[in-house]
Design a protein around this ligand. Structure first.
Ligand SMILES: Cc1cc2nc3c(=O)[nH]c(=O)nc-3n(C[C@H](O)[C@H](O)[C@H](O)COP(=O)(O)O)c2cc1C
Length: 254
């Protein structure tokens, strides 16, 4: 049996759902799993487990600050164990090379910034939760979706996460950790970034999520202010992408 720690951050709950699902896969394999929201985790817990997975969504082209800070503080302890990183983004829901490259670049930036080199990386498509967004974020995602996924019905949410991909990622990392723990010798030459094919949904139980812990922790005013700031940042990013796409299209046509 291997002891796993799963640490995650989340804005709208999808990364929490993925963390829980990974936990279910590992538990079903007979392992001991501790799952913690990043700001509720003591750093010392990293020393008490055999292997660690860390997850974050991409929000305004960055991982959550608390997740990056956790990696920074625990870099040495993480280097001594099998580790994996999983990222949720809208970019991974877009079937094109520029989006795939963009999703990978955020992971590369994390590795460069922190010096942490996870043994496995999962790039997962997240969700667009129109029903939870404020008017600005809803509008931005509607605009962006119009030129990417085409999912513009703002009266509903769209989940793009492929649960088979998540399961394959968890199973692959479990096998690596089992091997390492059995051999009790850290290896460094088999680091790979993997992408996984997507297909069917998880069980209802695994889908149940603690969701917006951040929402529970901050006051309504803080939440509103943070959301407004995020929306302004997202507006700038999305408009520039829409502008770029429209320009590229018109250059092609001329
Ligand atoms: C305000 C906001 C900003 C976002 N910025 C990006 C981004 O820059 N790039 C991207 O690929 N996805 C972006 N997304 C999509 C999220 O990564 C995706 O919705 C993910 O599932 C969120 O995970 P969470 O529910 O755990 O917070 C953004 C979402 C929101 C709400």
């Amino acid at each position: 049996m291997v002891s796993f720690l799963i640490v995650y951050g989340t804005d709208e709950g999808q990364t929490a759902t993925v963390a829980e699902y990974i936990g279910t896969v590992l538990t079903d394999r007979g392992h001991d799993v501790t799952t913690r929201y990043v700001t509720e985790t003591s750093d010392s817990i990293v020393d008490d487990v055999d292997a660690v997975l860390i997850g974050s969504p991409v929000i305004n082209r960055k991982h959550l600050r608390a997740v990056v800070a956790f990696v920074d503080r625990n870099r040495e302890a993480l280097a001594a164990k099998p580790t994996a990183f999983f990222q949720l983004s809208f970019a991974s829901a877009i079937p094109s090379n520029w989006a795939r490259d963009g999703a990978q670049e955020w992971v590369d930036a994390l590795i460069e910034r922190t010096g942490w080199q996870p043994d496995r990386v999962g790039l997962f498509a997240g969700a667009v939760k129109y029903t939870r967004y404020g008017p600005f974020t809803r509008l931005f995602f509607k605009l962006f979706s119009a030129v990417t996924t085409g999912d513009t019905d703002t009266s509903r949410d769209y989940e793009y996460t492929d649960w088979d991909e998540v399961e394959a990622f968890a199973t692959d990392f479990a096998a690596l950790a089992e091997q390492r723990v059995a051999a009790d010798t850290p290896q460094t030459d088999d680091r790979v970034a993997m992408e996984y094919k997507r297909e069917s949904p998880p069980t209802e139980q695994a889908r149940e999520s603690p969701l917006t812990k951040r929402e529970q922790e901050s006051s309504p005013t803080e939440r509103k202010r943070g959301r407004r700031l995020a929306e302004v940042g997202l507006l700038a990013g999305l408009l520039s992408v829409v502008y770029w796409l429209v320009r590229r299209q018109s250059v092609r046509q001329s």
